[in-house]
Ligand binder design. Structure first.
Ligand code: P9H
Length: 225
């Protein structure tokens, strides 16, 4: 029996957080190795552990998986969070890829130069409330089911909840015009595995703060290229 998955990244969200969410939602315990220095990243590269010299990297089922989406697809498929057939998978992929587009903007907010922060925040709020959230609000309203796809819990529900909570950190009342999403948030947050992950002391990471930022910039040599 393969041991617990082991996650290689820094002690923060970035591109690894969605992987932590999906493993937690599936009830899968996991270990983490955190980079404190660039040397540790370079060591993994020298050991040939990073197919494209990048992280996130997850050791799972004898593989050293890289590429965030590939890792998420594998976990979702393995733990039946990817729909019952290829049509449901297609719809899940459309919903999930959109959450990742919004996440991509939000996860880079801490890396924005101070003078660009206000405009970047306005973009997050505008995109969330005019492009993305209206689609999920309508989908849930139209079918009236508890879950986004196939009336069954899937990665689409997990990744939408993650994105909703990240957007609320940007603007606490960002769901004010989305009553169905407010109910969805409460419902999915009460699923036992997710409720446990939302508890203090879990492996969920806080927003990337000014304390951690210099370490992230040095680990990935950002800004000294
Ligand atoms: N397609 C950190 C915090 C927030 C957002 C991003 C990066 C891309 C995937 C070293 N990995 C800053 O850019 C660090 C990827 C993976 C791939 C990396 C290098 C990033 C970050 C670290 N950079 O989806 O997995 O960009 O390893 O030499 O490229 S994450």
């Amino acid at each position: 029996m393969a041991g617990k998955p082991k996650l290689y990244y820094f002690n923060g969200r970035g591109r690894m957080e969605t992987i932590r969410w999906l493993l937690a939602a599936a009830g899968i315990e996991f270990e983490e190795q955190f980079f404190e220095t660039r040397e540790e990243l370079l060591k993994l590269r020298q050991d040939g552990a990073l197919l494209f010299q990048q992280v996130p990297m997850v050791e799972i089922d004898g593989m050293k998986m890289v590429q965030t989406r590939a890792i998420l697809n594998y976990i979702a498929w393995k733990h039946n969070l990817y729909g019952k057939d290829v049509k449901e998978r297609a719809l899940i992929d459309m919903y999930v890829e959109a959450t990742m587009d919004l996440n991509e903007i939000i996860m880079h907010h801490p890396l924005q130069p101070p003078e660009a922060k206000a405009k970047h925040l306005a973009t997050i709020i505008e995109k969330a409330t005019t492009r993305y959230f209206p689609v999920y609000e309508k989908a849930l309203k139209d079918h009236g089911q508890d879950f986004l796809v196939g009336n069954r819990f899937s990665r689409a529900d997990v990744q939408l909840l993650e994105t909703i909570l990240m957007a609320e950190e940007c603007k606490p009342d960002i769901l004010s015009k989305f009553p169905v999403l407010q109910a969805f948030k409460a419902r999915i947050s009460n699923i036992p595995t997710i409720k446990k992950f939302l508890q203090p002391g879990s492996q969920r990471k806080p927003p990337l703060d000014v304390k951690l930022l210099p370490k992230v910039l040095s680990i990935f040599n950002i800004g000294n290229e």
